[in-house]
Ligand binder design. Structure first.
Ligand code: PEP
Length: 248
């Protein structure tokens, strides 16, 4: 069975002053049974681990290098994230794919590195607006899944996030029918690629999820949670999304 997961991606936001926002989020956690994950910038992984000691909050990185160590200035490896207190890592986010030219092959290599270090990989896929307009959304996410997932993927070591690029940070979301179409397609594609294990991977939707639209999105079949950007920065907004997922 896929687990319900509310994941927050802080991107390049947050500082030591964010401790108060985390303190405001913690009281919601004992009252929900879904998993809750926050992925702060790497500079805050250990601090966030310390701020949330004794809570069920999971902490993740936003990227990792495919190698364990070496001459890669500015990069962070999967074992380093584990050492800092992370259990998860976002890989192949559309901003990494566009800003850093990450290909499916690179995402696959990073996913292997994450698995080898014991991290859960949150692998992101999603079409651009031009690709959707050209009727290619399913082709694009299908080929991203095929190219980004290595052997050995299970529901325990990998989560898939469907994030249409045009919905990220724009306030625009696909219709519920469009979300359902892609999530049904992804579930089928995972079944074909992974056999019975495909049914165990959580499928998150990401792209302008807010407390006001979360319940409708979580009611769509094969949506097991959300990857949330902007709304994860405010405890009050993220709490609303977590509660909506828990109630779904
Ligand atoms: C994201 O960055 O993964 C994201 C979904 O951002 P937002 O929720 O702000 O659209």
């Amino acid at each position: 069975m896929p687990k319900k997961l509310a994941a927050g991606n802080w991107k390049m936001n947050g500082s030591s002053a964010s401790a108060s926002e985390i303190a405001a989020l913690l009281p919601v956690l004992p009252n929900v049974s879904c998993q809750v994950l926050l992925c702060p910038p790497a500079t805050l992984v250990t601090s966030m681990k310390n701020w949330t000691e004794g809570s069920s909050l999971l902490i993740g990185g936003q990227d990792c290098h495919a190698n364990e160590s070496g001459a890669h200035t500015g990069d962070i490896s999967a074992p380093m994230l584990v050492d800092a207190g992370a259990t998860h890592v976002i890989l192949g986010h559309s901003e990494r794919r566009s800003d850093h030219g990450e290909t499916d092959a690179m995402v696959k290599a990073k996913t292997m590195a994450a698995h080898a270090a014991g991290l859960v990989a949150v692998v992101c896929v999603g079409e651009t607006e031009a690709e959707r307009d050209a009727g290619r959304a399913l082709d694009v996410v299908g080929s991203q899944i095929a190219g980004s997932l290595p052997d050995g993927v299970t529901g325990d070591n990998t989560v898939i996030a469907y994030e249409p690029v045009w919905a990220i940070g724009t306030g625009r979301t696909p219709t519920l029918e469009q979300i359902g179409e892609v999530h049904d397609f992804l579930r089928e594609a995972l079944d074909q690629q992974l056999g019975a294990e495909g049914a165990n991977l959580s499928l998150l939707y990401g792209g302008s999820v807010k407390p006001g639209n979360a319940s409708d999105i979580f009611a769509v079949a094969n949506v097991d949670g959300a990857l949330v950007g902007g709304a994860s920065l405010k405890a009050s907004d993220f709490s609303g999304i977590i509660k909506a997922l828990d109630a779904a």
